[in-house]
Design a protein around this ligand. Structure first.
Ligand code: COA
Length: 333
């Protein structure tokens, strides 16, 4: 796909936030029949952060990550025109973005939620870039935040070892076409396999006593780990190659590979398939686990803070997860 941009879009700043409370593999092995060795060798995860406290939600983490990003460039929240909150664990099904808008004082911003599980941040950045490149808005705050610890069955060892809570944010600004840094994207969805990873709505077994109307509740995270693994390792490299080739680029042009932090084996297998050197992989999942929509901005913020990513370097970002959804964005930093 060629992009026909009128204007450009550029990531000005990143920010992130994680809860204080950490949960190690050893602590999980006191809850379910597992071990640090099993979890680490199969996933690369050592520990994760979980949001404790009765009134804490995805909004609190989203606020901290947003304020962190705004502070780095001394931007007043009133300069933000749009807030996109990518999350699958809102604290209000009508949306949580407006609560963040109010609490950070982004009085001029429109705000909405975007649900695309672990691909949410990639879809958020792509959505933001459309509003910027067509000239609708100037400053957009994209937040990826999830608190899947609230939706995990803590007696299910096949899922409770994987996930953690976090938020990451990026401020994206309109710029001239020559300075555009969000070079292109490639997005996909295949709903045929949605049951491989879901937090499904379940009906109660009997309807309302007077109305023939079923109500229900949301279940815990359900996952077919093997199928999700195979999907990620087969589809993500294809998406990256398509996106690079749409820009007349090759894997040799890639300086950094930033994949959704699901599993270290997936990260390495994707890099292997693309013949990208492992030293180019950005990874921090050993400390945080899979933080869903937060994982990419959290790792990006850490890499930026560590001065890993240099000006003009090519960063390939790819997300994948429930839906199933997956996609790539190529960025010139
Ligand atoms: N501790 C110890 N044993 C466990 C375990 C755990 N936490 N979870 C599963 N097992 C057991 C299984 O019961 C099975 O035992 P059995 O052989 O006696 O039946 C054995 O380990 C192998 O299970 P399996 O599910 O085949 O393991 P796996 O090698 O596929 O690894 C995952 C499991 C979840 C780590 C792996 O499938 C994976 O990472 N998939 C991708 C998941 C993902 O990234 N999801 C999010 C995408 S956004």
């Amino acid at each position: 796909m060629k992009s026909f941009m009128i204007q450009g879009a550029k990531i000005l700043a990143t920010g992130s936030a994680v809860p204080n409370s950490s949960l190690s593999n050893n602590q999980i092995s006191n809850i379910v029949n597992t071990s640090d060795e099993w979890i680490f060798t199969r996933t690369g995860i050592k520990e994760r952060r979980v949001l404790t406290g009765i009134n804490q939600s995805v909004v609190d983490l989203g606020i901290l990550a947003s304020m962190d990003a705004l502070k780095k460039i001394s931007m007043d929240p009133s300069e933000i025109d749009l807030i996109i909150l990518a999350t699958s664990s809102p604290n209000d099904l009508f949306g949580s973005a407006s609560q963040i808008q109010c609490k950070i004082g982004a009085t001029n911003a429109v705000a909405f939620d975007l649900t695309a599980a672990c691909s949410g941040f990639v879809l958020g950045i792509v959505t933001a870039s459309q509003f910027l490149q067509n000239g609708s808005y100037r400053n957009i705050l994209v937040i990826g935040a999830d608190v899947l610890s609230k939706w995990i069955d803590w007696s299910d060892r096949s899922t409770c070892i994987l996930f953690g809570d976090a938020a990451g944010a990026a401020i994206v600004q309109r710029c001239s076409n020559q300075n555009n840094s969000i070079l292109n994207f490639q997005l996909n969805t295949d709903g045929k396999y949605s049951e491989h990873l879901s937090i499904a709505y379940k009906n109660y077994t009997s309807p309302h006593s007077k109305l023939n109307l079923y109500q229900g509740y949301f279940n815990y995270v359900a996952m077919n780990g093997k199928e999700v693994y195979k999907f990620a390792v087969s589809q993500v490299p294809l998406s990256i190659l398509k996106c690079l080739s749409s820009l007349d680029m090759s894997v040799n042009d890639v300086d950094w590979l930033l994949l959704h932090q699901a599993n270290e084996r997936i990260l390495k297998a994707v890099a292997d398939k693309l013949s990208i050197n492992k030293s180019k992989i950005i990874a921090n999942l050993s400390k945080y686990g899979n933080t869903s929509a937060a994982s990419i901005p959290l790792a990006l913020d850490e890499a930026v803070q560590d001065d890993k990513i240099l000006d003009s370097q090519i960063v390939v970002i790819a997300g994948f997860g429930a839906g199933l959804t997956w996609g790539t964005v190529v960025i010139r930093w």
